[in-house]
Design a protein around this ligand. Sequence first.
Ligand code: BES
Ligand code: MN
Ligand code: ZN
Length: 503
Amino acid sequence: MDFSIHHTASPLTEAFADLRSDCLVVGVYPNGEFTPSAAALDHLSGGLLTRLTQRGDLEMTAGKTLLIPSVSGLVKAERVLLVCVGAAEELKPKRWKSLFSESMNALQQRGIQRVDFTLLEAAPQGMSKDQALRHAVLALDEASYRFLDFKSDKTSGLPSVQHAAFLAPADDENTLEQALQQAQAIASGIELTKNLANTPGNVCTPSFLAETAQQLAAQSSLLDVEILERETMQQLGMGSLLSVAQGSDQPPKFIILNYRNAADDTATVVLVGKGVTFDSGGISLKPGEKMDEMKYDMGGAAAVLGIFKAVAAMRLPINLVGLIPSVENMPSGGALKPGDIVTSMSGQTIEVLNTDAEGRLILCDALTYAERFNPAAVIDMATLTGAVIIALARAPSGLLGNNAELLQSILQAGETSGDRAWELPLWDDYQDLLKSNFADMANIGGREGGTITAAAFLSRFTKAYPWAHLDIAGTAWNSGDKKGATGRPVPLVMEWLMTRVNN
Ligand code: BES
Ligand code: MN
Ligand code: ZN
């Protein structure tokens, strides 16, 4: 789907009289008030919108639509889609986005290909025009996303809408063009994240993720990628990471992305993504039901790659490093066993009481590796615990860390982007749960507070820098009939990075 900004001359009545469009989307408030575009159309069509809304043809709740198949009078647009935008004071990111997805549903049903949205004029109060546009683009892109790589028929069920233009007054010109470019960059990152997480484990292996990273680097002069192989990881002492990989025939990869587009003395941000391309549980084998979904256990890695794609596409002026420890967690004769003790890159020893708590075993070595960048902040994202879905359901990502200011800024970015996180405590109280009789720590803390004990484990490797952990087990994936990747937390982290640049 492609997007453009269409600058309208004022008055709108003149602009609309000339506008040739498959469909013009205009907003109406639930109290029957018109947006400027609706008012202009009403005027041109001799009061058609007034008659329809007074007759009750448009249900006056947010997101309800009414397609007007033809508008006579001076209007050249083939069709008009009326959308109830809801009460202005209740327009939060989520509802704002839903106006666009609901519009898409209506447009899709009629096979409409080119559409002009006037809804920016109804953008929520307190939301910048840039932000409103970004939400709109992401919502439309989301609604038109299909994953057909593994279907023989790649044509049926395709979205009809090919092109969306946003009508905006001519004076907004410069900023909106840039905002559109940035929104499309984020959308392309989200698409990559979804595609990777949806790709099955027999294709999306650690090597596949490494190749994907290399392709990104080939497309941007600002991005370098280095892949560490098993031998190098051995030399570095990444015994914890390698212990997870040893049960699989797939070689582990440690992917390093280095994006530099700021002065050398600008502090680096490091993003770490869990890249378990399939999590069978290992010898602590998972039950069979829904085990297929464990192909998305590289959702953190996919998000990091998506973020780098977006950052490079918009040439964000930052220094950013991405670290992706990538393995497959399988049972075999050579696999890691419960009771095994491994030595992490930090030197700390770990008694593996459950081989299904493998995410933390690969992340801890990546978090130690991150120290060498002397980072201003490290954010890891990982489908780490089922417990986060029990605690928070699938609405927010779980957020834990060691620096209140960093956590606060991430929570704020979540609110702004609509891709929210929620903080869980990480007090010292929890550290005792990781006690081991034989090693420095165990890799599990028992049934209680599973998300917290996982983060408590990671916190033992992140003392050298401000650190935040996003547990995305619930948010990176939709279960049920909408089964598939969501692209989260790309919107959240992009918002956080962009805010950093602007402050
Ligand atoms: N990848 C899983 C976590 C997960 C579960 C992600 C469900 C998405 C949906 C992780 O490696 C895991 O198995 N965690 C265990 C930890 C336990 C053994 C302490 C879990 O959550 O059960
Ligand atoms: Mn596991
Ligand atoms: Zn896992």
